[in-house]
Design a protein around this ligand. Structure first.
Ligand SMILES: Nc1ncnc2c1ncn2[C@@H]1O[C@H](COP(=O)(O)OP(=O)(O)OP(=O)(O)O)[C@@H](O)[C@H]1O
Ligand SMILES: [Mg+2]
Length: 277
């Protein structure tokens, strides 16, 4: 199983849309993806669950917080995974306790915590998962929808990931954000996970009719050519609609779905190359 965190410290750049739509595209192409919502905003959870989560729903926070306790098995990812009726992929919900403040107070051991997500992901690699709809599965891609931050919770997600996808807007501030992000990734590699790779930067929300955006696209290609995906996601109202109404983009709009089909192909190709390297 190849684990990919979708990150960017900037809010609203398309992390959640990328995570969910990429999962739907991978599923369509015969893969078995699982989405983990790591964001206390719970946007992916609402989308995939088709309703607001309640306290009854088991979440990624439960999985992390119980790791050293008697309940460790009951809250393994394999036991709390669900299947999304809306999008047809499996997922693990998030909850509000994933916000940084509670992270510190509940777990309180920064030296250990980065390993906990990794441990849960490792378990999932070998687990035969039972869900409501499928008796047993082996996931091949795990996609982690991260909150807009570069703080502690991101460090834990990255410590357990093989690759990173970074959705970005084509503007000058986003370019600055990328160098900040590269610094963080370097630190994570040194301290927690030397296998972590940037799978790619994914320009999102492009409106090429705007001359400024077209210029920025060229600039991105010049500066980040080695890590840029060939796939660019254009601005499409249907992408926003599918997210807002909790739909599967593959069924909702063919034109928009094609962006994610192309991304899924690139991701699988790059993940294989990264694994072989
Ligand atoms: N290519 C696109 N075309 C049209 N709308 C888009 C596109 N990408 C994202 N959006 C819309 O932009 C908004 C932000 O997207 P999204 O929630 O995926 O960003 P995010 O990075 O996950 O945000 P946050 O940092 O708050 O978690 C959403 O309303 C989404 O539907
Ligand atoms: Mg989001």
């Amino acid at each position: 199983m190849y684990t990919i965190s979708v990150i960017n410290q900037k809010g609203g750049v398309g992390k959640t849309v990328t995570t969910v739509n990429l999962a739907a595209a991978l599923k369509e192409q015969g893969h078995e993806p699982i989405v983990i919502d790591y964001d206390p905003q719970m946007n992916a959870t609402d989308w995939l669950l088709g309703r607001e989560a309640t306290d009854e729903d088991d979440t990624i926070f439960d999985a992390l917080a119980t790791l050293d306790g008697e309940d460790a098995d009951a809250f393994s990812l394999a036991h709390i995974v669900r299947t999304s009726d809306a999008v047809g992929v499996d997922f693990v919900p998030s909850d509000r306790r994933m916000a940084a403040a509670s992270f510190d107070s509940v777990v309180g051991r920064s030296a250990v915590f980065p390993q906990q997500f990794r441990h849960r992901v490792q378990e999932l690699r070998t687990a035969q998962v039972s869900t409501n709809s499928v008796s047993s599965k082996n996931y091949d891609y795990c996609l982690v929808d991260c909150p807009p931050s570069l703080g502690r919770s991101i460090a834990t997600a990255l410590a357990g990931s093989d690759g990173i996808i970074v959705p970005i807007h084509a503007d000058r501030f986003s370019m600055r954000g990328v160098s900040q992000l590269q610094k963080t990734i370097k630190q994570i590699r040194q301290v927690h996970n030397d296998g972590l790779r940037i799978l790619g930067l994914l320009p999102n929300n492009l409106d090429l009719r705007s001359g400024m955006v077209a210029n920025m696209k060229d600039k991105f290609q010049e500066v980040y050519d080695d890590i840029l995906f060939d796939t660019f996601i254009r601005w499409r109202s249907k992408i926003n609609e599918a997210a807002t109404h909790g739909k599967n983009i593959m069924e909702y709009d063919t034109d928009a779905a094609d962006f994610y089909r192309s991304l899924a192909e690139e991701v699988t190709e790059r993940a294989q190359i990264a694994t072989a390297a």
